[in-house]
Design a protein around this ligand. Structure first.
Ligand SMILES: [Zn+2]
Length: 311
């Protein structure tokens, strides 16, 4: 008799657990649907790909600007405000942004003294270039390759698209963990954070391989429209590949697709970009000043040698 009662109790607890897991799953599926449906559907310029993003353009601009301010405040002593390199970074950035499919971003282009061969962008047109990448860029057209790529990431709204993907992945992981048992405090924390998702941008989200490819393709068109020869992209990625064989593989290359496939893709897209370049040099864009041909010297940037490589 007693054994029977215990068996019933165990069974009831079992049903209760199944019911709560079912409820949690329903909530999570509902939340994933909510995230997906709330996300705005739009078309990426140049490639015409349809995407969904986690945030409106307005929110992206606000959050991007906040994160940019915070990151720059942390590296305040390394920001290079004057000198030919800083001037060139702004000039190339503004020149490309002017011919890009700009939805009206408040563009900012900042040079940071650091031996790191890297560059990044945040939603809303906030771009940072580390001086270490200048020696790979070598001249204004090489720098245009990097900046057009970053500007392309911003315009294709890869940051906000990545955020939505991360959010949906997290919800999926929670659904899996819910079926495996009760939620531990850390997971519960993640659930709470997710319900506040979109409230913060977090750290720099890594882009996927497809997004990198897309930024390469769009970047080629934008640099060409700005009057920079897109063929410079091949030399730039060959130099980046050579730098990769060195003692310190550059982050810019390691978080991006392999240099061989990237260069092959660039060759495939070049005819389209060269057509844009021909139009740009024949029409209005010739009114822009020609590329300066200045050799970029990261060693001239103050603190460049002393700055930490972890940036
Ligand atoms: Zn990239």
């Amino acid at each position: 008799m007693q054994r029977q009662v215990r068996a019933v109790a165990v069974q009831e607890r079992g049903y209760a657990e199944i019911a709560s897991v079912g409820l949690l799953l329903a909530i999570l599926v509902g939340f994933a649907l909510f995230l997906y449906c709330r996300a705005e559907e739009q078309t990426v310029p140049i490639t015409g790909r349809t995407q969904r993003v986690a945030l409106s353009e307005e929110d992206q601009a606000t959050l991007g600007a906040e994160a940019y301010r915070d990151i720059l405040a942390e590296s305040a002593t390394e920001i290079v405000r004057t000198g030919p390199e800083a001037t060139l970074v702004r000039r190339v950035g503004e020149r490309i942004a002017e011919v890009a499919d700009d939805p009206g971003f408040a563009w900012e282009f900042t040079l940071i003294a650091s031996p790191t061969k890297n560059a990044w962008c945040l939603p809303g047109g906030k771009v940072a270039i580390y001086s270490g990448i200048l020696e790979v860029a070598q001249d204004e057209e090489g720098l245009a390759v990097v900046m057009a790529h970053e500007i392309a990431h911003a315009i294709a709204q890869h940051g906000a698209e990545r955020m939505l993907q991360e959010q949906l992945t997290q919800v999926g992981l929670l659904a899996v963990s819910a079926t495996l048992g009760g939620l531990d405090p850390a997971t519960r924390g993640t659930v709470l954070a997710l319900f506040g998702a979109g409230a913060q941008l977090g750290v720099l989200l890594p882009f996927s391989r497809d997004m990198e490819s897309e930024a390469d393709r769009i970047g080629l068109i934008y640099m060409a429209r700005a009057g920079y020869n897109p063929e410079a992209a091949i030399g730039f990625w060959e130099r980046m590949a050579a730098a990769r064989d060195g003692p310190e593989p550059p982050e810019y290359a390691s978080t991006h697709p392999s240099n061989e496939s990237r260069i092959a893709d660039i060759r495939k897209w070049l005819p389209e970009a060269m057509e844009e370049y021909r139009k740009a040099t024949e029409t209005g864009t010739t009114m822009l000043p020609p590329p300066a041909g200045l050799l970029l010297q990261p060693a001239r940037v103050p603190h460049a040698a002393a700055a930490s490589a972890s940036g």
